[in-house]
Design a protein around this ligand. Sequence first.
Ligand code: SF4
Ligand code: SF4
Length: 94
Amino acid sequence: MAVKITDICINCGACIDECPVEAIVDDEDNPTGEEIYYVYPDKCVECVGYHDTPACAEACPTEGCIVWDVCLEGATCRDDVPAEARENHQPVIE
Ligand code: SF4
Ligand code: SF4
């Protein structure tokens, strides 16, 4: 699936231009209606082929805001992330 932005997002905008595949939208375009930034899980490739770690999480100033989500079949996901990190939505950067 993807990485996920959680509700501690402060809408600072630091992540959006870092995404190489334009998977991130701001709070105004969040399809869930939540007033936080959003990652489209069908677009996010977890920066595989672009960066060693997810660029959005590297740029995010809010500790623990961007977390792992489960990897769906057919999606591009990092193979070095433990399944429990995805199931427990652990921060991409601790
Ligand atoms: S992990 Fe990479 S591809 Fe996915 S939303 Fe973040 S910057 Fe974009
Ligand atoms: S960088 Fe982090 S806090 Fe800022 S908009 Fe993106 S997810 Fe939210």
